[in-house]
Design a protein around this ligand. Structure first.
Ligand code: CAO
Length: 418
């Protein structure tokens, strides 16, 4: 064993630089490049790594001391033969170590652009508070995505890192990089608007569902020409009872029938993910757009209710949703969801499955299209459907069967009335 004094290397000519952190203690085994100290000058925070491998025998500096090039940092016991070639002769005793080895030589001045070699003093890219927090949590700063100016790690970066790791640990999930923070004021005027409570809540669920469920979206089209003719015929009469008969009511009825015919769509995976829980009731959630965000009240026993009853119930629930009067109970127990954007527009979209359900139907705006029928093109009112499902539970063939069944139900009005 040999004894070495490890000293402060060239720190760019800075003198009397404050020691803000001592990163090792007596007895620690250090390797080449292990960070020993953090120094903070008025220009930069830098780390001093070890130039040698060995055991720390004595530490010669403490937090608050000031050091310059050549100041002794610590005494290291190194294995014979591991001493740096620049080392002076070393002694085998612990007394009076004569050798003085710089912790790390500065980069050659002739090659200023060259990346610093191993064991260079390096910019710590983080202030003392941040470094202290990272040190206490045992976080390697190299793992943190810096969002501060000049790639500096901020306290928020550490917090985000810890939050992400905690949520991964609880979900057993994989690491996701966090989105970079962008200062948009660099590009023009901005206004910051906090998300509503509902948006924050539904956003969290949507994000989880998006990550958790292997989604497939199956598109389809239903010919609702006859259905629409029937609806228009009934509309005025129904409106006299204060109820609005929109295509959605018929779609709810068709969905209930399809759920009955394809029970795996009226199901949930249990917590273990190994069993399917088939439900013997048909409760359908309907996404309602409110100024505060999206909410999904649940209409119970859709299979057992008539069109008029469903229309009344949906109108009450969507009114309650818009007035923020829905109870928790009214938003629970759904087996399947429908998200209808048909009143607004668009041709198709990919809805996100509302976990623990396994499928969701997206409905877009119907339009007249030329359809080839009995040897000629005829104008038909076509309704676009988008069925997203959890591919762990539902096979592609079943997805196609379900949407075909649904289209047939909607194309034959009497199917829905009987
Ligand atoms: N094709 C063509 N027209 C349609 C249609 C469709 N698929 N669906 C509805 N319409 C028509 C209706 O017939 C109605 O027309 P009239 O006033 O002339 O009768 C008009 O569009 C408006 O319908 P509506 O939206 O008031 O009623 P609805 O039963 O279709 O929907 C509700 C009710 C509560 C679901 C709806 O108001 C709503 O909030 N939709 C948005 C849901 C949403 O945001 N989903 C997105 C979730 S993912 O972020």
């Amino acid at each position: 064993m040999a004894i070495k004094n490890i000293t402060v290397p060239d720190i760019g000519g800075a003198t009397d630089v404050a020691v803000i952190e001592v990163l090792v203690k007596v007895g620690d085994a250090v390797k080449v490049d292990t960070a020993l100290l953090t120094l903070e000058s008025d220009k930069a925070t830098m780390e001093v790594p070890s130039s040698d491998e060995g055991i720390v025998k004595e530490i010669k500096v403490k937090v608050g001391d000031t050091v310059s090039q050549g100041s002794t940092i610590l005494v290291l016991e190194v294995a014979e033969g591991k001493a740096a070639s620049t080392d002076a002769p070393s002694k085998k005793t612990n007394e009076a170590p004569a050798a003085s080895v710089a912790a790390a030589p500065a980069p050659a001045k002739a090659e200023p652009e060259k990346e610093a070699a191993t064991s260079q003093v390096r910019d710590a890219h983080a202030g003392p508070v941040v470094r202290k927090i990272a040190h206490e949590f045992g976080i390697d700063l190299k793992l943190i995505t810096a969002t501060g100016p000049k790639q500096r790690i901020l306290k928020e970066d550490i917090i985000n890192f810890v939050k992400t790791r905690l949520s991964q640990a609880s979900s057993g999930g994989v690491a996701l990089p966090s989105a970079p923070a962008v200062d948009f004021t660099k590009f023009g005027a901005v206004e910051t608007q906090p998300l509503s409570r509902i948006k924050k809540l539904s956003g969290k669920n949507l994000h989880r569902n998006w990550l958790l469920v292997p989604h497939v979206t199956q598109f389809g089209e239903a010919d609702i020409t006859e259905l629409e003719a029937f609806r228009i015929e009934q509309k005025t009469m129904v409106e006299k009872q204060g109820v609005k008969l929109t295509p959605l009511i018929f779609i709810m009825k068709a969905v209930a029938s399809a759920l009955d015919a394809f029970p795996q769509f009226n199901a949930s995976l249990d917590a273990s993910g190994e069993n399917l829980i088939l439900k013997k009731y048909i409760h359908v959630g309907v996404a309602v757009d409110t100024p505060e965000g999206l909410v999904v009240p649940v209409v119970r026993d859709v299979d057992k209710k008539g069109l008029l009853e469903l229309a009344k119930e949906l109108s009450v629930l969507s009114e309650k949703a818009r007035n923020k009067q829905l109870t928790a109970n009214e938003m629970q127990g759904g087996c399947f969801s429908i998200s209808s954007l048909g009143g607004i527009g668009g041709t198709a979209f990919t809805p996100i499955v509302n976990v623990p359900e396994v499928a969701i139907l997206g409905v877009s705006k119907s339009s007249l299209k030329p359809v080839y029928k009995d040897g000629q093109f005829v104008p038909r009112l076509m309704l676009p459907l988008s069925l997203s499902y959890d591919h762990r539970v539902i096979d592609g063939a079943d997805g196609a069967r379900f949407i075909t069944y649904l289209s047939n139900m909607l194309s034959e009005t009497r199917n829905l009335l009987l």
